[in-house]
Design a protein around this ligand. Structure first.
Ligand code: ATP
Ligand code: MG
Length: 238
Protein backbone atom coordinates (compact mmCIF):
# COMPACT_ATOMS: atom_id res chain seq x y z
CA UNK A 1 0.00 0.00 0.00
CA UNK A 2 2.69 2.51 1.00
CA UNK A 3 4.84 1.62 -2.00
CA UNK A 4 1.98 2.36 -4.41
CA UNK A 5 1.47 5.74 -2.77
CA UNK A 6 5.18 6.56 -2.86
CA UNK A 7 5.12 5.51 -6.52
CA UNK A 8 2.59 8.27 -7.20
CA UNK A 9 4.66 10.89 -5.34
CA UNK A 10 7.89 9.80 -7.03
CA UNK A 11 6.37 10.09 -10.47
CA UNK A 12 5.13 13.61 -9.70
CA UNK A 13 8.62 14.62 -8.57
CA UNK A 14 10.27 12.93 -11.56
CA UNK A 15 8.01 14.90 -13.87
CA UNK A 16 8.99 18.12 -12.12
CA UNK A 17 5.47 18.74 -10.91
CA UNK A 18 4.06 19.73 -7.56
CA UNK A 19 0.32 19.36 -7.97
CA UNK A 20 -1.15 15.88 -8.06
CA UNK A 21 -4.11 15.55 -10.39
CA UNK A 22 -7.47 14.94 -8.74
CA UNK A 23 -7.19 11.32 -9.89
CA UNK A 24 -3.69 10.81 -8.41
CA UNK A 25 -4.71 12.48 -5.15
CA UNK A 26 -7.89 10.43 -4.72
CA UNK A 27 -6.09 7.23 -5.73
CA UNK A 28 -3.31 7.85 -3.18
CA UNK A 29 -5.73 8.43 -0.29
CA UNK A 30 -7.91 5.50 -1.32
CA UNK A 31 -4.83 3.23 -1.21
CA UNK A 32 -4.46 4.44 2.39
CA UNK A 33 -8.03 3.42 3.18
CA UNK A 34 -9.75 6.80 3.10
CA UNK A 35 -13.33 6.74 1.85
CA UNK A 36 -13.44 8.31 -1.65
CA UNK A 37 -16.12 8.25 -4.33
CA UNK A 38 -16.16 5.33 -6.70
CA UNK A 39 -14.30 6.49 -9.78
CA UNK A 40 -12.35 5.67 -12.91
CA UNK A 41 -10.12 7.59 -15.33
CA UNK A 42 -11.45 7.72 -18.90
CA UNK A 43 -9.17 8.52 -21.83
CA UNK A 44 -11.96 8.59 -24.35
CA UNK A 45 -15.75 8.57 -24.52
CA UNK A 46 -16.03 4.78 -24.76
CA UNK A 47 -14.06 4.35 -21.56
CA UNK A 48 -16.21 7.01 -19.88
CA UNK A 49 -19.38 5.12 -20.84
CA UNK A 50 -17.94 1.84 -19.59
CA UNK A 51 -16.95 3.34 -16.23
CA UNK A 52 -20.31 5.08 -15.85
CA UNK A 53 -22.14 1.79 -16.38
CA UNK A 54 -19.94 0.07 -13.83
CA UNK A 55 -20.60 2.79 -11.24
CA UNK A 56 -24.22 3.40 -12.22
CA UNK A 57 -25.88 6.71 -13.16
CA UNK A 58 -26.03 9.52 -12.12
CA UNK A 59 -22.33 10.29 -12.44
CA UNK A 60 -20.01 13.31 -12.30
CA UNK A 61 -17.28 14.25 -14.79
CA UNK A 62 -14.09 16.07 -13.75
CA UNK A 63 -11.16 17.19 -15.82
CA UNK A 64 -7.87 15.50 -14.87
CA UNK A 65 -4.90 17.78 -15.42
CA UNK A 66 -1.70 18.55 -13.48
CA UNK A 67 -2.05 22.16 -14.67
CA UNK A 68 -5.57 22.90 -13.39
CA UNK A 69 -6.11 23.71 -9.70
CA UNK A 70 -9.71 24.93 -9.78
CA UNK A 71 -11.55 22.62 -12.11
CA UNK A 72 -14.93 24.33 -11.81
CA UNK A 73 -13.52 27.70 -12.90
CA UNK A 74 -12.53 26.32 -16.31
CA UNK A 75 -15.62 24.21 -17.01
CA UNK A 76 -13.98 21.08 -15.66
CA UNK A 77 -16.76 19.79 -13.38
CA UNK A 78 -20.17 18.58 -14.59
CA UNK A 79 -22.54 17.13 -11.97
CA UNK A 80 -25.57 14.86 -12.11
CA UNK A 81 -25.23 13.21 -15.52
CA UNK A 82 -28.20 10.88 -15.73
CA UNK A 83 -27.77 8.73 -18.84
CA UNK A 84 -25.62 7.83 -21.87
CA UNK A 85 -26.81 10.74 -24.00
CA UNK A 86 -26.09 13.28 -21.28
CA UNK A 87 -22.69 11.70 -20.70
CA UNK A 88 -21.75 11.96 -24.35
CA UNK A 89 -22.77 15.62 -24.49
CA UNK A 90 -21.06 16.47 -21.21
CA UNK A 91 -17.84 14.69 -22.20
CA UNK A 92 -17.53 16.54 -25.51
CA UNK A 93 -18.53 19.85 -24.00
CA UNK A 94 -15.98 19.55 -21.19
CA UNK A 95 -13.11 18.77 -23.56
CA UNK A 96 -14.04 21.71 -25.78
CA UNK A 97 -14.62 24.26 -23.01
CA UNK A 98 -11.54 23.32 -20.98
CA UNK A 99 -9.29 23.38 -24.04
CA UNK A 100 -10.74 26.79 -24.92
CA UNK A 101 -10.12 28.15 -21.41
CA UNK A 102 -6.66 26.65 -20.82
CA UNK A 103 -5.21 25.73 -24.22
CA UNK A 104 -1.81 24.72 -22.84
CA UNK A 105 -2.97 22.50 -20.00
CA UNK A 106 -1.93 18.86 -20.19
CA UNK A 107 -5.06 16.67 -20.05
CA UNK A 108 -4.71 13.12 -18.67
CA UNK A 109 -8.36 12.34 -19.30
CA UNK A 110 -11.70 12.76 -17.56
CA UNK A 111 -12.59 11.31 -14.21
CA UNK A 112 -15.97 9.58 -14.02
CA UNK A 113 -17.26 9.27 -10.47
CA UNK A 114 -20.40 8.51 -8.53
CA UNK A 115 -22.76 11.43 -7.90
CA UNK A 116 -23.11 11.85 -4.14
CA UNK A 117 -26.43 12.65 -2.49
CA UNK A 118 -26.53 16.21 -1.16
CA UNK A 119 -25.60 16.60 2.50
CA UNK A 120 -23.41 18.62 4.85
CA UNK A 121 -19.98 19.28 3.32
CA UNK A 122 -16.85 19.62 5.47
CA UNK A 123 -13.20 20.35 4.79
CA UNK A 124 -10.26 18.44 6.18
CA UNK A 125 -6.89 19.88 5.32
CA UNK A 126 -3.27 19.68 6.23
CA UNK A 127 0.02 21.41 5.68
CA UNK A 128 3.65 21.20 6.63
CA UNK A 129 4.50 23.75 9.28
CA UNK A 130 8.12 24.73 9.93
CA UNK A 131 7.64 24.68 13.70
CA UNK A 132 5.03 22.03 14.32
CA UNK A 133 5.55 19.64 11.42
CA UNK A 134 2.38 18.45 9.72
CA UNK A 135 -0.79 20.17 11.00
CA UNK A 136 -4.40 19.28 10.30
CA UNK A 137 -7.36 21.62 9.92
CA UNK A 138 -11.09 21.00 10.13
CA UNK A 139 -14.03 23.15 9.14
CA UNK A 140 -17.49 23.04 7.68
CA UNK A 141 -17.52 23.84 3.94
CA UNK A 142 -18.85 26.89 2.16
CA UNK A 143 -19.37 30.19 3.98
CA UNK A 144 -18.34 28.73 7.36
CA UNK A 145 -14.74 28.52 6.24
CA UNK A 146 -14.71 31.38 3.73
CA UNK A 147 -16.67 34.03 5.65
CA UNK A 148 -16.60 33.02 9.31
CA UNK A 149 -13.09 31.51 9.34
CA UNK A 150 -14.61 28.84 11.56
CA UNK A 151 -11.64 26.45 11.50
CA UNK A 152 -9.84 24.40 14.12
CA UNK A 153 -6.23 23.19 14.06
CA UNK A 154 -4.38 20.16 15.41
CA UNK A 155 -0.93 18.62 15.13
CA UNK A 156 -0.46 15.32 13.27
CA UNK A 157 -0.68 12.52 14.09
CA UNK A 158 -4.03 13.08 15.81
CA UNK A 159 -5.66 10.66 18.19
CA UNK A 160 -9.42 10.23 18.15
CA UNK A 161 -10.11 12.41 21.19
CA UNK A 162 -8.13 15.29 19.68
CA UNK A 163 -10.02 14.98 16.42
CA UNK A 164 -13.36 15.00 18.28
CA UNK A 165 -12.28 18.09 20.25
CA UNK A 166 -11.31 19.86 17.04
CA UNK A 167 -14.80 19.23 15.65
CA UNK A 168 -16.48 20.34 18.88
CA UNK A 169 -14.38 23.51 18.93
CA UNK A 170 -16.01 24.85 15.78
CA UNK A 171 -19.30 26.73 15.80
CA UNK A 172 -20.32 24.42 12.97
CA UNK A 173 -20.60 21.58 15.48
CA UNK A 174 -24.14 22.74 16.21
CA UNK A 175 -25.12 21.91 12.66
CA UNK A 176 -23.48 18.49 12.82
CA UNK A 177 -25.37 17.67 16.01
CA UNK A 178 -28.60 18.20 14.11
CA UNK A 179 -30.89 21.16 13.48
CA UNK A 180 -34.43 21.63 12.19
CA UNK A 181 -35.01 17.93 11.88
CA UNK A 182 -31.83 17.36 9.86
CA UNK A 183 -29.08 15.10 11.15
CA UNK A 184 -27.44 14.36 13.53
CA UNK A 185 -24.53 13.67 11.20
CA UNK A 186 -21.83 11.03 11.67
CA UNK A 187 -19.31 12.97 13.79
CA UNK A 188 -17.49 9.74 14.70
CA UNK A 189 -16.87 9.03 11.02
CA UNK A 190 -15.48 12.57 10.56
CA UNK A 191 -13.16 12.04 13.54
CA UNK A 192 -12.00 8.70 12.07
CA UNK A 193 -11.30 10.34 8.74
CA UNK A 194 -9.35 13.13 10.47
CA UNK A 195 -7.21 10.60 12.33
CA UNK A 196 -6.53 8.67 9.10
CA UNK A 197 -5.78 11.88 7.21
CA UNK A 198 -3.38 12.98 9.94
CA UNK A 199 -1.63 9.59 9.78
CA UNK A 200 -1.40 9.91 6.00
CA UNK A 201 0.16 13.38 6.25
CA UNK A 202 2.49 12.19 8.98
CA UNK A 203 3.59 9.04 7.13
CA UNK A 204 4.28 10.93 3.89
CA UNK A 205 5.46 14.17 5.50
CA UNK A 206 8.64 14.16 3.38
CA UNK A 207 6.45 14.52 0.29
CA UNK A 208 3.31 16.41 1.26
CA UNK A 209 3.55 20.20 1.50
CA UNK A 210 -0.19 20.77 1.53
CA UNK A 211 -3.38 18.81 1.10
CA UNK A 212 -7.09 19.30 1.39
CA UNK A 213 -10.11 17.11 1.18
CA UNK A 214 -12.76 19.55 0.04
CA UNK A 215 -15.54 18.74 0.09
CA UNK A 216 -16.12 15.69 2.26
CA UNK A 217 -19.81 14.74 2.29
CA UNK A 218 -21.08 13.79 5.75
CA UNK A 219 -24.17 11.63 6.20
CA UNK A 220 -26.11 10.33 9.15
CA UNK A 221 -24.03 7.22 8.61
CA UNK A 222 -20.58 7.56 7.06
CA UNK A 223 -18.56 10.08 5.05
CA UNK A 224 -17.27 10.28 1.47
CA UNK A 225 -14.54 12.41 -0.07
CA UNK A 226 -15.61 14.17 -3.29
CA UNK A 227 -12.48 16.16 -4.06
CA UNK A 228 -8.83 16.04 -2.98
CA UNK A 229 -5.89 18.31 -3.67
CA UNK A 230 -2.32 17.38 -2.76
CA UNK A 231 0.78 19.50 -3.30
CA UNK A 232 3.94 17.43 -3.25
CA UNK A 233 7.29 18.98 -2.47
CA UNK A 234 10.29 17.04 -1.20
CA UNK A 235 11.31 18.35 2.20
CA UNK A 236 14.91 19.49 2.32
CA UNK A 237 16.40 17.76 5.28
CA UNK A 238 19.45 19.43 6.76
N1 ATP B 1 -19.06 13.29 -6.73
C1 ATP B 1 -19.79 14.37 -6.41
N2 ATP B 1 -21.09 14.25 -6.09
C2 ATP B 1 -21.84 15.34 -5.79
N3 ATP B 1 -21.37 16.60 -5.78
C3 ATP B 1 -20.08 16.79 -6.09
C4 ATP B 1 -19.22 15.69 -6.42
N4 ATP B 1 -17.99 16.20 -6.69
C5 ATP B 1 -18.09 17.53 -6.54
N5 ATP B 1 -19.32 17.91 -6.18
C6 ATP B 1 -19.78 19.29 -5.92
O1 ATP B 1 -19.15 20.17 -6.85
C7 ATP B 1 -18.30 21.10 -6.20
C8 ATP B 1 -17.01 21.30 -7.00
O2 ATP B 1 -16.34 20.07 -7.13
P1 ATP B 1 -14.77 19.94 -6.91
O3 ATP B 1 -14.42 20.36 -5.52
O4 ATP B 1 -14.36 18.59 -7.32
O5 ATP B 1 -14.20 21.01 -7.95
P2 ATP B 1 -13.14 22.19 -7.75
O6 ATP B 1 -13.05 22.89 -9.03
O7 ATP B 1 -11.92 21.64 -7.15
O8 ATP B 1 -13.80 23.14 -6.73
P3 ATP B 1 -12.97 24.14 -5.81
O9 ATP B 1 -12.01 24.86 -6.69
O10 ATP B 1 -14.07 24.99 -5.26
O11 ATP B 1 -12.29 23.27 -4.80
C9 ATP B 1 -18.07 20.52 -4.81
O12 ATP B 1 -17.85 21.52 -3.86
C10 ATP B 1 -19.35 19.74 -4.55
O13 ATP B 1 -20.34 20.57 -3.97
MG1 MG C 1 -12.43 21.12 -4.78
Amino acid sequence: MDSEIIGIFDRVIRENRKLLTVYEAKLAISFYGLSVTEMGLARDLDEALEIAHKIGFPVVLKIVSPDIVHKTDVGGVILNIKNEEELEKAYQKMMKVVKGNVPNARIDGILVEEMLKPSVEVIIGGMRDRQFGPVVIFGLGGIFVEVFKDISYGIAPLVREEALDMIKNTRAYKILKGYRGKGPYDVDAIADLMVKTSNFIWTFREYIAEMDLNPVFVYEKGVKIADARIVCERENRL
